[in-house]
Each structure stands twice: as C-alpha cells, then as structure tokens.
Design a protein around this ligand. Structure first.
Ligand SMILES: [Ca+2]
Length: 285
C-alpha cells in the first residue's frame, strides 16, 4: 500500500486529500465512509489492526509514533522502488543471488538459502539510495530458518561506517538481529570506524528458545542519545556505545552463508528466512 493512506488506531490518518484527520475522533459511520473512500481511491486499505504497532515503545506524553515507511510484502513481486536485491556476487562462503529474494505471495518476503550445483546461494535486500533515515523505531517481524551453515540478519548500514574517527557518530553498522544459531540464541551488535585495524564493536546476545518457532518482532529504538534493542517488545539491550550514529542509514535484510552459522554441508536445503513486514516510525505531534 502507499504511505499516503495509513490508518493507525488512536493516531492520525495522514492522507493528503483529507488533510490530517483524527481518525478515531469521528463517528463510526464517518469512519466507514472514509475507509470506503480511501479503498476506492487506493485499491485497498491495510486493516488498522495490522498497522497498530503492538510492540511500539511508549511515546512521550505530548507525542505519538507515526509510521513513515513500511513494506508489508503484499503482492507477488518485491517493490523495487523500495528495495535493491543484492547479487549475483560472492558473499562469504556462498553467493548472494537475486532469485533467492522474492515474495511468497502470502504477505511475506522470502530469503532462500539453497544449493545450486557446486555452490551455495542465498538472498539479500537493502534500501540503499531508496530509503535512508536517522532516528526512530525500526521493526521487522521475522521467522527464523531451521538449518545450519547460514544466518539471517536485520540490520542498518551507512557508507559512513568506513570512516575512521568520530567513533560511530559518522555511521555505525547496527545489527538489530543476527541469528547464526538454531537454539533461540540471538545477537545484537554495533560496528564502527571501518573493518580494518581501527574497527570497534560492541554487542550482546540472549537466548529465547521460542524464537525458533513462528514470527517475532525485532525492534530498534534509535535516538540521538542511545540505542534500545527489543525482541517482541521486551528490551534486550540499551547502549550508547560508539557515541551513537547521527547519520541516515539504510535497512538490510540478509542471509549469509558461513561457518559462524555452522556447517552448510549438513543442511537440508532449501531453507527459508521469512519476513512479514518492516516498519519505521518517527515521533510526531
Ligand atoms: Ca567513524
């Protein structure tokens, strides 16, 4: 759906033609007419319940979270106005190939890991040059893969990560979720000042066995002062390491093949990392 018509319960319907309207201040009949009108104009309207951001951190009293960018992965082909599919290129012990990043047709993005002849391949996408943003709440709802030898990740990146000096303020790799294990262990990391001798990093991990089944929300609250990492709305790490990136960054959803994830030759392939949505919110009035 287009960002112009987003209904967030209790918040604001920000559709240009209606101006800024307090959606739930209206009577039920006016609301239904409005929804029908928006449906007629834009083809479909996301069910409000789907967009309500149940895992959003509390907003300050005078502010509300406003959805500024999202992909629900509806339809049958990836929206390439939002995403770049990576490949075909060597990546660690495998290859990123475009054909391994695709929509399921059931409202999810699939990043597939497979064996193709002698080589192992997997999918990866990013929003570089298409959506880059600093600060807000970034969340992806993900289902973990099952097999060893590869790992899913939801992360933020900027070309400034390579700049040595000024700590991570000029760009930090922010790993909101990386899962090279298959026991529910998940890791959260920051990397800055390049990947050479000046490279610095900070990180932590936790084990939540339930993460191996079904979909779970991995979130990052990024303010100018700190990062707060969440799994299913529960805070798992709060840090100011690296001085906090102050520059716009793009979103990445990737699979990678390598020994960190175990032995790929023991995997029953194909295997799938599935993402139901990515949503980015900003605090507004
Ligand atoms: Ca730096």
């Amino acid at each position: 759906m287009k960002l112009a018509a987003i209904a967030v319960p209790g918040h604001i319907l920000d559709a240009g033609i209606f101006g800024r309207v307090h959606f739930f201040a209206m009577s039920t009949s006016v609301r239904s007419i409005l929804v029908m009108a928006v449906t007629a104009l834009f083809g479909s309207v996301q069910a409000p319940a789907q967009m309500n951001g149940k895992f959003l951190p509390p907003a300050p009293a005078d502010k509300a979270w406003k959805l500024i960018w999202n992909d629900e992965f509806d339809g049958t082909s990836l929206d390439e106005t939002k995403w770049n599919r990576l490949g075909d290129s060597k990546r660690r012990d495998g290859f990123w190939v475009k054909e391994d990043a695709y929509l399921s047709g059931k409202g999810t993005l699939i990043l597939r890991t497979k064996k193709d002849g002698d080589r192992y391949t997997c999918g990866a996408v990013n929003t570089q040059g298409k959506f880059e943003h600093a600060f807000g709440f970034f969340v992806a709802r993900c289902k973990a893969p099952k097999q060893p030898g590869h790992w899913p990740a939801f992360w933020m990146m900027s070309s400034g990560v390579g700049k040595v000096g000024d700590e991570g303020r000029d760009g930090t790799e922010i790993d909101i979720m990386e899962m090279p294990w298959r026991d529910g262990k998940v890791t959260f990391n920051l990397h800055w000042d390049g990947y050479g001798k000046d490279h610095k990093s900070a990180g932590t991990n936790t084990i939540i066995p339930a993460l191996m089944e079904g979909f779970h929300d991995y979130g990052l609250l990024w303010t100018p002062e700190e990062y707060v990492f969440y799994v299913d709305g529960k805070e798992v790490w709060r840090t100011k390491a690296g001085g906090v990136s102050q520059v716009p960054e793009f979103v990445k959803l990737t699979e990678e093949i390598g020994k960190w994830g175990g032995d790929i030759t023991k995997a029953e392939l194909p295997d799938y990392f599935e993402v139901e949505y990515v949503r980015v919110y900003e605090l507004g009035k």
